[in-house]
Design a protein around this ligand. Structure first.
Ligand code: NAP
Length: 488
């Protein structure tokens, strides 16, 4: 979220949810212009909410059967005459064809539900364009963020918020009432100049996920290339062995845990940096740099992507023995051992390493699943602050420690084996340990009583070297002012 975004409240102050002054509007007649998907779903929902609905179509006879029998389907001009509130469920390109209705529409409220196909497609928003075509009407922008499917599926599913804006407070309030009766949560987005922003909302593609997805893809690409060099290119150049078959599963499966592990540490690293900044400046009232702010905002998405990669790693690992290459290599090794008359191939240390490695990995995946589940809004809402903080912060940190153990048991003593340094490149797991270990060490340092105590004080409002104005009576009884430090 940029600073500009942060300046705005998450919900407009005008949200009318729970406002006792808002009276139920059901029973009113609502007009709908158009007979397409949106008009149909809207009419169904309005009828179910107790409104009388009159639909205006260019071809009412043909379209009537598509609507519930309680809705009246008639010609556009007829429909408009019967109501003061009309939803314009027609594409912007066809607004001008409604100009013949200008006289009957005069003085009425038009609700613009339209969306565009591209962000900032037109200079002016669709709602402003509609208002310019019908200056004698009051235009309200709304309902465009709700899909036809959501309208039909009811308030239980889909997005419940309906963003509304208009230059006319009364008209906005009327539309908000209708939305509320329909089971939606109206959110007042201010005057008509917000229409453009509201129209862009349904067109945004995962805005909160862009940075985390690029981060995950970037990490994946780096680790994939690194593993490819070590597992495929190195044997080809040094031993002329074709190991290309390793690319789809083995290389991917060594890359996924690296991405997952580093991403998990990146969930906790911004918290560490924020704490360092607060300790350094001795205050919590100094704004973090924009990049750190952004990073802190994206921790949930980064964590979920970390879980996604870990889950894929688990599935890939389970599938490893199913591969034909694995069976061939297994039989080849067995034949070699039989020919060498080796009967006992049990290596106690390897057995223990593998048992611990898998067990710790399962625990790490379980903890990550817990973190992912509790980040879902429906679950998060059922937890109080302490429970949520315990799971996301404490259990999350434990997940990072357990993942580190998983990585260390995987590596075991390989970091000290010079055969593992292909083209002088260290094993991948040693690289992945860098950031997570830094985070773990920093967290341990922050938990030392002296630092923890200082951090807690700062977070409760204490500031280093804060000077306050004071006023003291002088010997003569006069008052003199000065400054002192409240650094206690
Ligand atoms: P649609 O199925 O294509 O329906 C458009 C309707 O516009 C037609 O059924 C037609 O009804 C009417 N219309 C009036 N004058 C027209 C003309 N000159 N040429 C063609 N059609 C004309 O579209 P829709 O999906 O319902 O979308 C309608 C509006 O709702 C659009 O502005 C869209 O952006 C908005 N919206 C849709 C959704 C959604 O999920 N579908 C979600 C949010 C917003 P008659 O033939 O009966 O006149």
């Amino acid at each position: 979220m940029s600073r500009g975004d942060m300046a705005k409240p998450l919900l407009g102050h005008g949200s009318t949810e729970g406002d006792p002054s808002v009276t139920p509007a059901s029973g009113r007649t609502i007009g709908v212009l158009g007979s397409g998907d949106f008009a149909r779903s809207l009419a169904i929902r309005l009828v179910c909410s107790g409104f009388k609905v009159v639909v205006g179509s260019r071809n009412p006879k043909r379209k009537a059967s598509l609507f519930p029998s309680a809705a009246e389907v008639t010609f556009q001009a007829e429909a408009v005459k019967k109501t003061d509130i009309i939803f314009v469920a027609v594409f912007r390109e066809h607004y001008s064809t409604l100009c013949d209705l200008a006289d009957v529409l005069a003085g009425k409220i038009l609700v613009d539900v339209s969306n565009n196909t591209e962000i900032n497609h037109h200079k002016e928003s669709n709602a402003e364009y509609l208002a310019s075509l019908f200056p004698a009407c009051t235009v309200v922008k709304g309902f465009n963020v709700v899909s036809a499917w959501t309208l039909q599926s009811g308030a239980r599913d889909g997005n419940k918020q309906v963003l509304i804006c208009s230059n006319n407070q009364e008209a906005k309030r009327t539309v908000a009432e209708i939305a509320q009766v329909m089971g939606f949560t109206p959110v007042d987005m201010g005057c008509m100049s917000s229409a453009c922003e509201i129209e862009n909302i349904p067109l945004r593609l995962l805005p909160a996920w862009k940075i985390p997805i690029f981060l995950a893809l970037g990490l994946f690409l780096c680790f994939f290339t690194y593993n490819l060099i070590r597992q495929v290119i190195h044997p080809f150049i040094r031993e002329q062995k074709n190991k290309l078959y390793k690319i789809p599963i083995e290389v991917v499966n060594t890359t996924l845990p690296c991405v997952s592990y580093v991403m998990l540490s990146l969930v906790y690293l911004p918290g560490v940096l924020a704490a360092c900044s607060q300790l350094y400046y001795g205050t919590k009232y100094r704004r973090f740099p924009d990049w750190l702010d952004q990073w802190l905002q994206h921790r949930k998405q980064i964590g979920l992507l970390s879980f996604f990669c870990a889950a894929l790693h688990a599935v890939y690992s389970l599938c490893l023995p199913m591969r034909r290459s694995h069976r061939y290599l297994l039989i080849e090794t067995a034949v070699k051992q039989a020919m060498e008359k080796k009967m006992n191939i049990w290596v106690e240390e390897e057995v223990w390493r593998m048992e611990i490695y898998i067990s710790v990995g399962i625990i790490a995946l379980g903890l990550l699943s817990l973190l992912a589940i509790t980040s879902l809004p429906s679950i998060a809402n059922s937890l109080n602050w302490r429970e949520f903080n315990f799971i996301q912060s404490s259990l999350g940190f434990i997940a990072l420690v357990v993942s580190t153990l998983h990585t260390l048991t995987y590596g075991w003593s390989r970091a000290f084996d010079e055969n593992q340094y292909k083209f002088y490149l260290p094993p991948t797991y040693t690289l992945t340990l860098l950031v997570p270990c830094t985070v773990i060490i920093a967290k341990v340092i922050f938990s030392l009583p002296c630092i923890r105590h200082r951090l807690l004080r700062i977070r409760r409002g204490w500031e280093k070297g804060r000077y306050v104005k004071f006023v003291l009576p002088s010997a003569t009884g006069e008052y003199s002012s000065g400054e002192t430090s409240s650094n206690v």
